[in-house]
Write a protein that binds this ligand. Structure first.
Ligand SMILES: [Zn+2]
Length: 247
């Protein structure tokens, strides 16, 4: 899962139509935060990384559920409580009944979630087996929360995320071969990746091609560059070094 940097409240941004906007503490109704969130992270689900062709399919995602009484006020409208997700990742089947606070679950705007999860052949997602202790528990919670480990057997009829990842994994393997054979240049490769998403799959498969990894970090809005070591092939590194959970 691509780690991201969230705009702080007060930051000035520019919409595609040229209008300026300053990030606010509150967005009421919360749906009005959709445009600034898309400028922040691109038009991709922050969890499954699928691209959203039409903006109406992207939903403002509440990190802590807006309709549960958790002792917090105004969860519904707070910029700090927003991410952006597709309807499947934001849907009831996966996370409606799970409350995962940031101190017990990894999140892409707080942790290096590319270290939390591992993308394997066929687009299968597992918890990074190298994690230990609290990091491992929080990564497990993230996978449970979003359900990226759902298979054709455990998914609902509507949840085709596994299928999309499988297709993307297979395409990425073929494109890597074409790229290495000089049949595909970097700009064309990036155009394809930006149109079809699944950042983590491409970042995984193009290990060893630093120029591709660098473009993935630079070209996808909001990618947290501090999570990758530019002097060591853009390998993922700890986002919170020295803390109980360094990931
Ligand atoms: Zn999603």
């Amino acid at each position: 899962m691509r780690p991201i940097d969230k705009f702080p409240v007060g930051q000035s941004i520019t919409f595609e139509d040229g209008n300026a906007h300053i990030i606010r503490y509150k967005y009421k109704p919360y749906q009005s935060a959709k445009d600034p969130l898309c400028i922040n992270f691109g038009q991709y689900c922050v969890y499954c990384e699928a691209p959203i062709t039409y903006l109406r399919d992207l939903e403002v995602e509440h990190i802590l559920p807006k309709d549960k009484n958790l002792g917090y006020s105004h969860l519904e409208y707070d910029w700090d409580n927003f991410l952006i997700a597709c309807s499947t990742c934001n849907g009831r089947d996966n996370k409606y009944n799970i409350v995962a606070k940031p101190d017990e679950c990894h999140y892409p705007h707080l942790n290096n979630t590319f270290l939390s999860l591992k993308y394997c052949k066929g687009g299968v997602v597992i918890v990074n087996p190298d994690l230990k202790g609290k990091s491992k528990l929080k990564a497990c919670k993230l996978l449970e929360l979003i359900g990226l480990d759902k298979t054709p057997v455990t998914s609902t009829q509507q949840d085709k995320r596994w299928e999309y990842r499988m297709k993307q994994w297979n395409v990425a393997e073929r494109y890597k071969e074409r790229y290495e054979n000089g049949k595909l240049n970097l700009d064309c490769l990036m155009d394809y990746i930006k149109a079809t998403g699944c950042w983590s799959i491409w970042f995984t498969i193009f290990e060893g091609h630093d120029e591709v990894r660098r473009r993935l970090i630079e070209d996808f809005p909001g990618t947290s560059s501090v999570c990758f070591d530019a002097n060591n092939h853009y390998s993922p590194i700890e986002r919170n070094p020295g803390q109980e959970d360094p990931v």
